[in-house]
Design a protein around this ligand. Sequence first.
Ligand code: NAD
Length: 446
Amino acid sequence: MNETTPTPTGNLTRRGFLKSSSAAVAGATLAGLSIERLAHAASSDELKIALVGCGGRGSGAASQALMTHTLGPVKLVAMADVFEDHLKSSLENLKKQHGPLVDVPEDRQFLGFDAYKKAIALADVVILATPPGFRPMQFEEAVKQGKNIFTEKPVGTDGPGIRKFLAAADESKKKGLKVGVGLQRHHQKGYLETIKRLHDGAIGDITALRVYWNGNTPWVHPRADLEKQYGRKLTEMEYQLRNWYYFVWLCGDHINEQHIHNIDVGNWVKGKYPVRANGMGGVQVRKGKDYGEIFDHHCVEFIFDDESRMYSQCRHIIGCWNSVSEHAHGTKGRADISGYRIFGDENWRHRDNGDVNPYEQEHLDLFSAIRNNEDYNEAHNGAMSTMTALLGRMCTYSGKEITMEQALNSTVNYFPDTLAWDALPKSLPGPDGMYEVPLPGITKVL
Ligand SMILES: NC(=O)c1ccc[n+]([C@@H]2O[C@H](COP(=O)([O-])OP(=O)(O)OC[C@H]3O[C@@H](n4cnc5c(N)ncnc54)[C@H](O)[C@@H]3O)[C@@H](O)[C@H]2O)c1
C-alpha cells in the first residue's frame, strides 16, 4: 500500500506535558482506570497499551504510542490478532525497537476472533488496527470497557457498522474517554496551517473541492501463493482475511480504505459533511479471481447543503495519471491544500522544514490529552468521514443519487453471520473462482 508508516524521525515535542499530577489523576479516573492503578497514577503514571491487529499499521501505531514515553511512562502489555504469525513478527520487531517498553509474555498474546476482548481488558489505551470491517464491534467493546482508544481509519465498511460506531462514539463522550482516529492529516502542521487560513477566509467562500487518491494497485495475496506458503488449503474465511483488501465486508473498497484521507480533508475544509452524492465506477483493468469484488476506480460528485461540490476520484490502475492530493476553489482564489499553498489576494506557502511526523504527533496529542484530562474525541468525525466515503461507494455501486441520510440508514450488512474459520462469509466465489462485482443500475446498496 502507498500508506506505509514513515520511519520515526525522533523529532518528538513535549506538547502538553503533564500540567499537574492532580489533572493526571482526574484523567485517570475518567479514563476508567482501576482504583489500584489510580493509587499509583500520580507517582508512576504508567499507561498500559494493548494492540489489536498486529499488522503493518498496528505495529507502527504501537511504536508511535511507545514513543510518547517522553510524556510519561508507557508499556505495551497485550497483543491480539487472528493470526499467530502476524502477532509474533510484530512482537519481535517492536521488541527490537523498544526493548523493555514491550512486555507481552505468552499469556498476554491473544489469538482468534475474541482475542480483542482479552487484550482490551488489560489496557488503559487500546490501539485498534485490524481491517476496518471489525472496527465497530471492537470499538464498541473498548468503550464498554471504559478504555481510551486510538482507532485506525476507516472505522467501518457499511451503514449498520457506522451506526454501531456512532452509538459507541456518543457513549465514549459520556464516559469522558479520549479517542484518536488515524486521520493523521489533522495532526500534520502543513495541513493545520493551510486549513486555518482557509477557515479564516483566505480564498473567500469555498465553492468547490477536488480530492484524489489515484495510484498504483496495493498488495495482493493470491490464494495459490498463500496455500503454497502455509502448505495447506485455506478455508474461505481465512483466505478472505489474509487477502482482506479485496473484500467489501473487511475493507469497504479503496474509496473507503485509502481515499477517506482526501475526502476527510474536503469535509474538514468545508466544516461539514455532504448531504448527497452521485458517481460512477467499475472494474476496468484489475480483473481476476485474486482481486475479489472491489472496483478499480470510483469518481464521485459530493454535494454540500450550500450546493457546493467536492469532486472525488480514486483509481488503482497502473500507467495512469497519479495524484494523492486535495484542492479548494473559492470566491477569492484557490488552494493546493496538500501542497500547503494558497493563491488568493496574497499568495502563501508553508514549507516543511522538519515538521513533526503526523503519525507521531497524533499519538503525542492523544497521550497528552489522556495525561492532562483534556477533552479529546475524534470518533464522530472519524465515523462521518468514513460514512462520506461509503456514501460515495454506494453511489458508484448502484449508479444512483443517494442522500447521506439514506446512506446512514442503509440496512445492507456485509458482515458474516458467524465468525469462525469454517464459517462462510457472505460473498463467495463462483465455480470459476471469480467473485461477483457490483453492477451499477442493478446492485442494491440501501
Ligand atoms: N492512517 C494511515 O495512514 C494508515 C496506513 C495504513 C493502514 N491504515 C489502516 O490500518 C488498518 C490496518 O491496515 P494494515 O495495513 O496494518 O493491514 P495489515 O493486514 O497489515 O494488518 C491487519 C492485522 O489485523 C489482523 N486481524 C484481522 N482481523 C482481526 C481480528 N478480527 N482481530 C484481531 N486481529 C485481526 C490481521 O491478521 C493483521 O495482522 C486499516 O484500517 C488501514 O486502513 C492506516
